[in-house]
Ligand binder design. Structure first.
Ligand SMILES: [Zn+2]
Length: 356
């Protein structure tokens, strides 16, 4: 039997997330065997649980109960109880193969795709089809992608290959064009807020902040709530204030912040700058002050040191930093050197804040 990588069981549950309901209905329309695409490319932003969605689809394709009901029930998901589901969850189903980088962040190598090629040439041993999940598909190196292309060009019978990618444009166009594209839906704020409130004992402030800094990315928001977003936000804000007073080195703070996944520190900086600009405008232009209740609604952070700092810096200079942050967020994952970019932002902030 081909080796399945990684060796640890993948993290997934045989459940649909609330923001995936409509997508699932759409996917079930393929349940009629004639319509079933031999290669599906599931795309969408990070943190939307695309991998879990792909695994759920793979599990459904193999589930013996789902096969018996001919998927007539529109709520079909793997039953979780039949022998096929048990094998699947234990990552030992003989007709299933999961291909991921052997180490996180590394490439999917051609040797792994060769295992896939060997796998699809075998006779299925249990079910009437084979299912393969490749995630993240853009991790395939050039040789691996070329090798997969040959399989996609001559699709093996009774085989479904599911590719998962947050960056489908990094895949060769020849691969994309041979797959049925399936862009997943994003999570709207209301669905996300209600889900986050159900999965843990989080305060509204924590949920609001997690949703805001992760740009409605459910799994990232969950990660930040589990790792206590409010204290993380406080720690990073403290760094930001230390930079403003010249008590910390921008390069050291940049190194520390780069250990946070995705754009979370930058999103936090964005919220502080919006706060500072609002605070500056309201308090410097007309001497109006907000009462505490309005302030709570109006600001992401009610940190008094940040507000004091906001008044002391000319608003034009706050906008210089704001524009830079917007530029970094706009470039997103296309940015080539995140470290240089972050260092340059923090150096500029430190200079502007100390010049006053
Ligand atoms: Zn089952």
């Amino acid at each position: 039997m081909p080796k399945i990588v990684p060796k640890e069981s993948p993290r997934f549950s045989l459940q649909l997330y609330p923001w995936q309901q409509a997508d699932w209905q759409q996917l079930l329309q393929y349940s009629n065997t004639e319509k079933l695409p031999h290669a599906l490319l599931i795309t969408g932003n990070k943190g939307l649980a695309k991998f879990e969605f792909a695994m759920l689809w793979a599990g459904t394709l193999l589930c013996e109960t789902a096969a018996k009901t001919q998927w007539l029930d529109s709520t079909t998901i793997p039953c979780g109880h039949c022998a096929a589901c048990e094998l699947f969850v234990a990552n030992t189903h003989p007709d299933f193969m999961l291909i991921q980088p052997e180490e996180e962040g590394k490439a999917i190598k051609v040797a792994q795709i060769r295992e896939l090629v060997a796998f699809v040439s075998l006779t299925q041993s249990r079910s009437n089809r084979r299912v393969i999940v490749i995630s993240p598909a853009e991790s395939m190196n050039m040789n691996a992608a070329n090798s997969l292309l040959k399989t996609l060009e001559e699709p093996p019978v009774n085989t479904v290959i599911i590719l998962v990618s947050s960056r489908p444009h990094s895949l060769p166009a020849t691969i994309r064009s041979r797959c049925q594209l399936f862009p997943v839906s994003t999570a709207d704020s209301a669905t996300l807020q209600s889900w986050l409130t159900q999965i843990g004992q989080y305060s509204q402030d924590e949920v609001d902040l997690a949703v805001s800094v992760t740009e409605n990315s459910p799994l990232n928001a969950q990660f930040y709530l589990e790792s206590s977003i409010l204290s993380l936000s406080e720690a990073l804000l403290n760094d930001w204030l230390l930079l403003a007073s010249g008590k910390a080195k921008p390069t050291a703070i940049a190194e520390k912040w780069l250990k946070q996944p995705e754009n979370v520190p930058i999103r936090l900086v964005y919220t502080w700058l919006v706060d500072m600009i609002r605070y500056h405008s309201l308090n410097c232009s007309s001497e109006r002050r907000l009462d505490d209740n309005v302030s709570r609604l109006f600001y992401y952070s009610s940190n008094s040191a940040l507000q004091k700092l906001a008044i002391s810096i000319p608003v034009k200079r706050l906008f210089v930093i704001y524009d830079k942050v917007i530029e970094i967020l706009r470039l997103g994952h296309t940015s080539l050197n995140k470290q240089l970019q972050l260092e340059s932002l923090l150096i500029q902030w430190s200079l502007i804040a100390q010049r006053k």
